[in-house]
Design a protein around this ligand. Structure first.
Ligand code: ADP
Length: 418
């Protein structure tokens, strides 16, 4: 035996790793470690240890599979591999030997006997399954287990591959739509600016189409829209990175709802929808970020407008439940299929065909960036609240409608005296 034998210890539990390393180093062994299956294989190839101590229950490839793999490598086919594991099932020892281990040490480790056991494996001790029948039985069991695990892993990979492809498609769609969403107001601003530049003598009252006041109003609306799109993009990236900063203060939700009603009337003047607001006036003041909560509410209300045809109704109801307030936005629109009701909050999730995308915040089925609900959820959750959708399904004829609920904790509102 060499002066200082090198031992590779494969273990994913840090406290076991520390204990065993300490015992082995105190006995003069050199110890290298790995905490998962693939790293164990790489480290074994690089370090060529004199013995490998293998915890069986490690992540990725487990200890049995790593052992079987190491046995196929020329440099490592003969190195002693000793399984170390908490004995949970009968036959663990036999399974370890069938996979290619030289021996088996159950956990918890007997600290006094452990160094001698390691030395004896280094000197050539090999454990064996005596009965050939038993050996054959365990071999069959092991090969079935390998095939089962392989099948499971392939299924996992196929699932994540499908998800990645979907995400990739969503990102491409997002880029196309974001370009479109930015270009629509930009084109309007540029067009109106050109009219102003070419006609410095324009005159007329602001309600006259083509007057300077009218043009400036249109440019202001387009700039506002541009600002909303950029805000949505920025917010979604902040939410993604968990970096949404809230500037907290007292918030009167009724004022936010009223403001949203005014803004909707301003930008969606041509839509024939009936709004019915109840219960928000009596809502208590809550602690939150007023601007961000407005944005969340705005995204939900403009969706209700977008997905409800003319003649429809949008109801906004407020109520207090214990130490939280709940706002429900109920529309009589096209509805949402039950299987989509959770996904619509995912970023870039758009149910319509993106090639038919129409940029509008208020037109019926006018498209958006597919991040409005992601932003709304991020904001509500950053306040410790919850947001969810309810609908019987999607039907553009029967119009089952959708309801979006926002639940927000009231928070510690300072009393006037304080
Ligand atoms: P978008 O910018 O496309 O509106 P959102 O994140 O706001 O993105 O919404 C995601 C999807 O959820 C929408 O494309 C739409 O299909 C669906 N959706 C949202 N609100 C409603 C609603 N009130 N009624 C029907 N469908 C809705």
């Amino acid at each position: 035996m060499k002066q200082k034998a090198k031992i590779l210890y494969v273990e994913d539990d840090p406290s076991s790793e520390r204990l065993v390393c300490r015992i082995l180093q105190a006995e003069g062994f050199e110890v290298v470690t790995a905490s998962d299956g693939l790293t164990a294989i790489e480290t074994a190839k690089k370090e060529l240890p004199d013995l490998i101590l293998m915890d069986i229950n490690i992540s990725g490839l487990d200890g049995y599979e790593v052992t079987t793999r190491l046995r196929t490598m020329d440099d490592l086919s003969l190195v002693p591999i000793v399984a170390v594991t908490a004995a949970t099932l009968s036959g663990d020892r036999e399974r370890a030997l069938i996979a290619g281990c030289t021996g088996y040490i159950p956990k918890p480790i007997d600290v006094d006997a452990f160094p001698d056991k390691i030395r004896s494996f280094l000197e050539g001790t090999r454990e064996e399954i005596k009965s050939p029948e038993e050996k054959a039985e365990y071999l069959v069991e092991y090969s079935h287990r390998l095939v089962d695990r392989l099948e499971g892993k392939i299924r996992e990979l196929e699932k994540s591959n499908t998800e990645l492809q979907k995400l990739d498609r969503m990102k491409t769609d997002f880029i196309i739509i974001a370009g479109h969403e930015l270009r629509t107001p930009l084109t309007a601003i540029y067009g109106y600016a050109q009219i102003l530049q070419a006609n410095p003598e324009l005159s007329g009252s602001p309600d006259e189409a083509g007057s300077p006041g009218f043009i400036v109003q249109k440019m202001t609306e387009a700039t506002w829209r541009l600002n909303q799109v950029v805000g949505d993009i920025l917010n979604v990236s902040l939410i993604d990175a968990n970096k949404l900063d809230l500037s907290m203060g007292p918030v009167r939700l009724h004022s936010l709802v009223r403001q949203a009603m005014e803004d909707i009337k301003r930008i969606g003047a041509d839509r024939e929808l009936f709004f019915n607001v109840t219960g928000t006036e009596d809502l208590p003041i809550i602690i939150g970020d007023s601007k961000k909560l407005y944005q969340a509410l705005w995204n939900i209300i403009t969706n209700a407008v977008k997905y409800t045809p003319d003649g429809g109704t949008i109801e906004i109801r407020g109520k207090t439940i214990d130490d939280a307030v709940q706002i429900a936005v109920k529309d009589s629109g096209i509805g949402i299929e039950p299987e989509d009701q959770e996904h619509i909050f995912d970023r870039f999730y758009i149910l319509h065909d993106t090639s038919l995308h129409r940029s509008s915040k208020t037109a019926f089925k006018g498209g958006g960036l597919g991040v409005g609900l992601t932003v709304a959820r991020g904001i509500v959750e950053a306040h410790g609240g919850r947001i969810w959708a309810e609908s019987k399904g999607r039907d553009e004829e029967k119009l089952p409608g959708s309801t979006f609920h926002i639940l927000l904790p009231i928070g510690n509102v300072p009393t006037e005296a304080s």
